[in-house]
Design a protein around this ligand. Structure first.
Ligand code: NAI
Length: 334
């Protein structure tokens, strides 16, 4: 059976890492009709919008998408396409596994946890306004519905993956109402899962503890902004953003994308590490039930990393995006 899957190459290094990922997935033999649609910088110029309705419709129809990073102008211009996609399609859970790889020179070894980030509200609701000329307000929205839903998702993930502990991140000492509500919801849901350990921690302390002892963590659940920041911090612990995959999960639609952005500093130079995108593709294959193909790629990646010469520049090596991709495909065929 062929799968229809939406593919958005994205901006910056997006086309480089997504082309690599597509080649590797195609090399597994899984039969996919890639429906390639454009969003981001190219469509702003050609169609006057960074997110044409056709792109959302493609994802609504196919239910599964693989997406490259899309640039968001800083401090001006259009709102984030990435946030809009998550909100429009109600992709309420952002799942970001953080795993250290044997042989990769990283700050920490034996790291294996998953960040479950609320994906639809918090300060990302985009409700901002000026108060006169010299003050600005951003409204942080936390609802019981979304908080209970994401906390339940974290506990269910913990259960299905046979993990042991959920850590909830908050700042309810300061934001007593908004983060207080998130924490209240987490505590309530935790009572339904007696076999799973539950702990809560203030976000600033969490940042320090993650740097010092990331091995302590198993499943981390957080409101949108803290989840976003801690994801990049966590990627830094295991070798960088080149190694951090992600998934945006809704009731019946899922969009898989690397944690990193469009990396304008290395765009078009064959320097990007495609591993985060490839691992996002692995998550996608597991989601559609193609576990064998997913395993094949995971094994090929880990065999590729066993040879110290097989490193992209971000990991201290010399391989370009394309050369690294070829090595993974070679290892898959062995
Ligand atoms: P970034 O993640 O693009 O880059 C941060 C640093 O990590 C840069 O030095 C970059 O070279 C490096 N890096 C990122 N991915 C890499 C890879 N695969 N291989 C090697 N090095 C890699 O973050 P930045 O610069 O803050 O954002 C650039 C643009 O991307 C912004 O417009 C931002 O809004 C957007 N963005 C989009 C996301 C998405 O589409 N989901 C997520 C994050 C940012």
């Amino acid at each position: 059976m062929a799968y229809n899957i939406t593919l958005i190459l994205g901006d910056g290094i997006g086309p480089e890492v997504m082309t690599s990922t597509r080649k590797i997935i195609d090399a597994t033999g899984v039969d996919i009709n890639w429906e390639i649609v454009e969003a981001g910088a190219t469509t702003v110029e050609a169609q006057g919008t960074p997110l044409p309705e056709l792109v959302l419709n493609s994802m609504r129809n196919n239910k599964v998408a693989l997406k490259g990073p899309i640039t968001t102008p800083i401090g001006e211009g259009f709102k984030s396409v990435n946030v809009k996609i998550r909100q429009e399609l109600n992709l309420f859970a952002n799942i970001r596994p953080i795993n250290s790889y044997d042989g990769i020179n990283s700050i920490h070894k034996d790291v294996d946890f998953i960040i479950v980030r609320e994906n639809t509200e918090d300060l990302y609701s985009g409700t901002e306004h000026m108060v006169g000329e010299d003050a600005a307000e951003s409204i942080k929205i936390i609802t019981r519905k979304a908080s209970e839903r994401i906390c339940r998702y974290a506990f269910e993930l913990c259960k299905t993956q046979r993990r042991k502990k959920v850590t909830l991140v908050h700042k309810a000492n300061i934001m007593k109402l908004s983060d207080g509500l998130f924490l209240e919801c987490g505590r309530k849901i935790a009572k339904e899962y007696k076999d799973i350990e539950f702990e809560e921690i203030i976000v600033d302390a969490m940042a320090m503890k993650l740097v010092q002892s990331p091995q302590h963590y198993d499943v981390i659940v957080a409101p949108n902004l803290y989840g976003d920041i801690l994801s990049d911090l966590s990627a830094g612990l295991i070798g960088g953003l080149g190694l951090a995959p992600g998934a945006n999960i809704g009731e019946d639609i899922a969009v898989f994308e690397p944690v990193h952005g469009s990396a304008p500093d290395i765009t078009g130079k064959n320097l990007a590490n495609p591993t985060s995108a490839i691992l996002s593709g692995v998550m996608m294959l597991k989601y559609i039930g193609e576990s064998q193909a997913a395993k094949k790629i995971e094994e090929a990646l880990s065999n590729t990393f066993k040879d110290k010469h097989n490193r992209t520049v971000d990991l201290g090596g010399k391989l370009g995006t394309r050369e690294f991709t070829m090595k993974v495909i070679e290892n898959m065929q062995e």
